[in-house]
Design a protein around this ligand. Structure first.
Ligand SMILES: Cc1ncc(COP(=O)(O)O)c(C=O)c1O
Length: 359
């Protein structure tokens, strides 16, 4: 319900009154905080990305960017072994997901999603009037794909799941696609590069899979806002139809050039992903030694709960020390968990030291 008095909110559409918008993790204004709350990459973007973007800063900014992002889509097609008409690009994967909800998941039957998952999905359901059915995670907070075999208007899940980081195998995804032949299954791979196998390789085989990825996490470009979707051309065409009814130019000239450079700089990408993975495993061991239990994360964050100390109290005490982590309240089952992004080696050291002092 609106926080404005009824007099002022009378200008709002009935739809706006109903919305429960997503609340992103805090982006604090203080620069000296250790920021481990929104799964950003501690490594800077590739220097080649910065150079490619710099090249765009000139007279050509007078002109609109390529509305079809032809070169970027071709680059992503070559990278994944698909064709350009099997690639869609948008302003961050959040925008790509929003278009998928409207274009492909609205079928008068409930959309299946895990009950503990990316909290933007229910928000898009509210925005587009899609009924949802939250499928409970198993006792150990993993997804069991056999639970997704009921009548539905589509399926969406992150792989690895957020905020647990638990990964499904490609075989499990295949099972999910086979069990839902007449519905689109969206696999949100925001964190796939930190240890998973991408379902993009299933695109030629399955006409119902849409794989969504982002440059925000594994390519250190959350600020650039570039996301993609991969699927057979009939699915991509549906996304294009929505996009071209909404904003023809979602990606600026800098974003398109920077994204191409990011995909092309494979060495830097592999090096930084590996460094994040090594740091994740080290931090996991250190936190276990301090009495934390955790899910098995294959993402760039850990999802942890302490054997005796309350999660909210830990988060508040860390904040006092200038360290920000995320406490999610979407389900009582995870109310005593914290999601901690993998920071740089020195940030993780500061975190471990602060936790040692605290515990
Ligand atoms: C599971 C998942 N999907 C999608 C996104 C959106 O990423 P972006 O819009 O930055 O591409 C996030 C961001 O945290 C996420 O956790």
């Amino acid at each position: 319900m609106s926080s404005l008095n009824t007099d002022l909110s009378r200008f709002w559409s009935p739809k706006v009154h109903e919305l429960s918008p997503y609340v992103p993790g805090e982006q604090p204004k203080l620069s000296n905080l250790v920021k481990l709350n929104t799964n950003e990459n501690p490594f800077p973007p590739s220097l080649k990305v910065l150079a490619a973007m710099q090249d765009q800063l000139g007279d050509s900014l007078r002109l609109y960017p390529d509305p079809n992002a032809t070169e970027l889509r071709q680059c992503l097609a070559s990278y994944t072994g698909l064709t350009a008409d099997q690639v869609f690009v948008g302003n961050g994967s959040d925008e790509v997901l929003a278009h998928a909800f409207q274009a492909l998941l609205q079928h008068g039957q409930p959309l299946l999603m895990p009950d503990i998952s990316y909290s933007f999905y229910p928000v898009y359901c509210g925005l587009y009037g899609i009924e949802k059915c939250e499928v409970p995670l198993s006792e150990d907070l993993t997804i069991n794909v056999a639970d997704y075999q009921k009548p539905n208007g589509g399926v969406i899940l992150p792989n690895p799941n957020a905020p647990t980081g638990e990964l499904l195998s490609l075989d499990a995804i295949r099972q999910l696609l086979t069990a839902n032949p007449n519905r689109v299954v969206v696999i949100d791979e925001a964190y796939i590069d930190f240890g998973g196998e991408s379902a993009t390789q299933l695109v030629p085989e399955f006409d119902n899979v849409l794989v969504v990825q982002t440059l925000s996490k594994s390519r250190s470009l959350a600020g650039l806002r570039v996301g993609f979707a991969f699927g057979q051309s009939h699915l991509i065409e549906a996304l294009e139809r929505v996009k071209n009814s909404f904003n023809s130019y979602p990606l600026s000239r800098e974003a398109q050039a920077g994204a191409i450079a990011a995909i092309e700089d494979e060495d830097y990408f592999l090096h930084t992903c590996q460094a994040n993975i090594v740091q994740r495993e080290k931090l996991a061991q250190q936190l276990q030694a301090l009495g934390f239990n955790m899910t098995s994360s294959k993402a760039n964050f850990l999802f942890v709960t302490h054997e005796s100390k309350d999660a909210v109290a830990i988060a508040a005490a860390l904040r006092q020390q200038g360290i920000v982590v995320r406490h999610l309240t979407s389900s009582p089952r995870i109310s005593n968990y914290l999601r901690i992004s993998i920071g740089s080696a020195s940030e993780c050291e500061l975190l471990v030291q602060a936790l040692k002092d605290l515990l």
